[in-house]
Ligand binder design. Sequence first.
Ligand code: COA
Length: 260
Amino acid sequence: MKHRNILVKTTGHMAVVTINRPNKLNALNKETIQELHTAFVKLEKAKEVRAIILTGSGEKAFVAGADILEFAGFSEKQGKKLAAKGQEILFDFLENLSKPVIAAVNGFALGGGLELAMACHFRVASENAKMGLPEVSLGVIPGYGGTQRLPRLVGKGRAMEMIMTAGMIDAHKALEYGLVNHVVPQEGLMDLCTQLAGRISNNSPVAIGYAIKAINDCFNNDVNGYTTEIEAFGQCFGTEDFKEGTSAFLEKRKADFPGK
Ligand code: COA
């Protein structure tokens, strides 16, 4: 499918999704959010794809936030709908995707941009990256899950400070906070993410899907994550991937997972 605001490129087991509005620092307008949803639905179904990298176009920004121009005149009702729909079709959707999504944070990740990076399964940043949730400086609060995911990732006190000051932290502070897993020079960012995606792709895609679900349930107040883990662990035993993984180990060869 042709998209106007994003690029999707699949190579082997890896797909790279690039938000491509560099003149607007890749700000997330409604159309971009919808296109990302459509792309992730498709990538989830694409059997060959085992790991996804999400990044922003250009050298300046991952995503500089939700498109301020688009919501500036919204009513209370419209504001609520914007947050609910965005969370449903993109942010929660991404977090619960059965395939791993790595955020390659290549510059500003602000507001909805940081929220998008936080909805990914983990984050790698380039040295020039700057992250923050500046919404209160606009008279609004984060609406795409920022008040929930940031404290989980960095702790309540740091999240309170970041959100209340509306300030930005640099990549090294983000590493210290545990908001990103690695910091590399900008020219090495995609290489490291590609390496990580490659290592992930060698493992059982079915087991990875179950692991994502079980880890996510650690933060889901409606369910007991240990129960999810027990169920998912058991389900693994009924899969072709498990047969292949254990046989390969016993036969002293590299596993070739069928992925179902
Ligand atoms: N929504 C809509 N447009 C945005 C945007 C956003 N969140 N962030 C940047 N842009 C646009 C700018 O309006 C500008 O467009 P123009 O050239 O048509 O005027 C273009 O992107 C470049 O941004 P600019 O502000 O000129 O770049 P800069 O290097 O001077 O500043 C930032 C970079 C990130 C500090 C600044 O763009 C910024 O503060 N953006 C908003 C961040 C924010 O509050 N995000 C949370 C939204 S909830």
